[in-house]
Write a protein that binds this ligand. Structure first.
Ligand code: HEM
Ligand SMILES: CC(C)=CCC/C(C)=C/CC/C(C)=C/COP(=O)(O)OP(=O)(O)O
Length: 357
C-alpha cells in the first residue's frame, strides 16, 4: 500500500516525544519538512505498526516512535476514554430517573443543595458501576461490533486504570450520599451497584437468560435513591417507581438484543433471542409492555402524579403497546426491534417529563 492511500493522520497522532521534536523542526523548516517526515514515518517500521493498528480497528491508537508500542495519544484522548467507560448515556438517563424520585418525593419542592448532592452521589455510583462493568466485560466486548472499539478491548486504557476509576467513583458516590444526604439513600445505591456489578455482570450475564430481568433490579434503584434522599423512607410512591422502571427495562433490552442477536451469539451471551429465537422474544416484549401500562397508571391512582401524567401515560403507553403488537406480524423483525428500542427511550423520557411537570 502506498502512503498516499493511507488515512490522513493528524499531527496529534504522533507520540509526545516525537511531536515535541518534530514541532521544533517543523517550525524551522516549515510544511515541506512535515510532509517529508510523514512519508518516512508511514513507510518505516513504525508506520507498519500504525497501519496494523488501523487494520485491526484500533484507529484511536497512537504509535510511540521511540518504544514502538501503542499508547493513548493525547490527554484529551485519555480523558475521553475515561469518560467513555463510565457510559455517559446510561448515566444521564439514570440521573433523570433519580431526579424523578427526588422531585416526586419532595412534593415538587426539593431543597436545591440536597437535590444536587443526591444527583452527584447517585451518578458517581452509576459511573463507577459502569466502569467496573467495562472492566469485567472486556473479553466479551472484544467480540461484538457495538463494543469492540471501547477503550479496554481496544487496549487504549489499562484494566487497572478502569477498575481503579470504577472503585474510586463508586466510593466517592457512596461517601457523598452517606455524609451529605442520608444512610438509606447510600444503601439504595449500594444495592444497585451490587446488583449491576456482582449479580448481573459477574454472575448472570454469561450464564442465564434471566440476566435481563435480574439486571433490571439495578436499573430500578436510581429513583429509590432520589426518593429516600428526600424523605428518608420507602413509601408506596417509591415502590411504584421501582416497579415501573423494573418492568420498562426488559422490553428496552430485548428489542436491542434482537437487533444485535448475531453479535450476542458470537459472544456466547445466552439472551432470550439468542437461546430461544425471535418469536418468544417478541411475545415477551408484548407481555411486558402491556403490563407496564397499568403499572404506570398506579402512580396516578396512588396520588403520586397528577392528571397530566395520566393522559401522557395513556397516550405514550398506548403507542408503545400498538407498536409492540405490530411486532407479532412484522415481516422485518430487525426493523421492528430497532423501532421498539428507539421508542423505549422516547417513552421513558416522555414519562419522566410527565411525572415532573
Ligand atoms: C436490564 C437493564 C438494561 C439493559 C440490559 C440495557 C442495555 C442497553 C444497551 C446494551 C445499550 C446500548 C445500545 C447501543 O449501543 O446500541 C443501551 C442503551 C441505552 N440504555 Fe439501556 N439497558 C438497561 C437499562 C437501562 C436503564 C435503567 C436506563 C435508563 C434509566 C437505560 C437507558 C439507556 C439509554 C439512554 C441508552 C442509549 C444511550 C447509550 O447507548 O448509552 N437502560 N441499553
Ligand atoms: C445505583 C446503580 C449502580 C445502578 C445501576 C444503573 C445501571 C447502570 C443500569 C443499567 C443496567 C444494565 C443491566 C445495563 C446493561 O449493561 P450491559 O453490560 O449489558 O451493557 P453493555 O453491553 O453496553 O456493556
Amino acid at each position: 500500500m502506498r502512503w498516499s492511500e493511507l488515512p490522513d493522520i493528524s499531527w496529534r497522532r504522533f507520540s509526545s516525544t516525537y511531536r515535541r521534536c518534530a514541532s521544533r523542526r517543523a517550525k524551522k523548516h516549515g510544511a515541506r519538512w512535515f510532509r517529508h517526515t510523514r512519508n518516512a514515518y508511514y513507510k518505516g517500521e513504525s508506520g507498519m505498526r500504525y497501519r496494523k493498528a488501523v487494520a485491526t480497528g484500533a484507529q484511536d491508537m497512537a504509535v510511540d516512535v521511540q518504544s514502538g508500542g501503542a499508547v493513548p495519544r493525547t490527554i484529551r484522548g485519555v480523558v475521553r476514554d475515561l469518560i467513555n467507560v463510565t457510559k455517559p448515556g446510561i448515566t444521564m438517563s439514570n440521573a433523570m430517573m433519580t431526579f424523578v424520585g427526588i422531585w416526586l418525593s419532595a412534593g415538587r419542592h426539593p431543597a436545591f443543595s440536597l437535590a444536587m448532592m443526591t444527583l452527584a452521589g447517585s451518578s458517581l455510583v452509576v459511573m463507577g458501576g459502569c466502569a467496573m462493568n467495562n472492566f469485567m466485560d472486556r473479553d466479551i466486548d472484544q467480540l461484538m461490533t457495538r463494543t469492540k472499539k471501547r477503550p479496554l478491548p481496544n487496549q487504549r486504557l489499562s484494566g487497572w486504570s478502569v477498575i481503579s476509576l470504577g472503585a474510586l467513583l463508586a466510593f466517592l458516590g457512596v461517601a457523598l450520599l452517606c455524609v451529605y444526604v442520608n444512610l438509606l439513600s447510600a444503601v439504595m445505591a449500594l444495592i444497585g451497584l451490587f446488583f449491576y456489578v456482582i449479580v448481573y455482570t459477574g454472575l448472570t450475564k454469561r450464564t442465564t437468560t434471566l440476566s435481563t430481568v435480574i439486571g433490571s433490579v439495578s436499573g430500578a434503584m436510581p429513583p429509590l435513591i432520589g426518593w429516600t434522599a428526600m424523605s428518608g423512607t420507602l413509601s408506596t410512591g417509591a415502590w411504584l417507581l421501582f416497579l415501573f422502571m423494573f418492568i420498562w427495562q426488559p422490553p428496552h433490552f430485548w428489542a436491542l438484543s434482537m437487533r444485535r442477536v448475531k453479535e450476542y451469539a458470537a459472544a456466547r451471551i445466552p439472551l432470550l433471542p439468542v437461546k430461544y429465537g425471535f418469536a418468544p422474544t417478541k411475545r415477551q416484549i408484548v407481555a411486558w409492555t402491556v403490563l407496564l401500562v397499568p403499572v404506570s397508571l398506579l402512580l396516578y391512582v396512588a396520588h403520586v402524579t397528577d392528571v397530566f401524567y395520566l393522559i401522557s401515560a395513556l397516550l405514550l403507553g398506548g403507542v408503545w403497546i400498538v407498536k409492540a403488537l405490530r411486532g407479532l406480524r412484522a415481516k422485518d423483525d430487525i426493523a421492528w426491534a430497532t423501532e421498539m428500542f428507539k421508542f423505549s427511550l422516547i417513552y421513558l423520557t416522555g414519562m419522566a417529563a410527565a411525572m415532573v411537570i
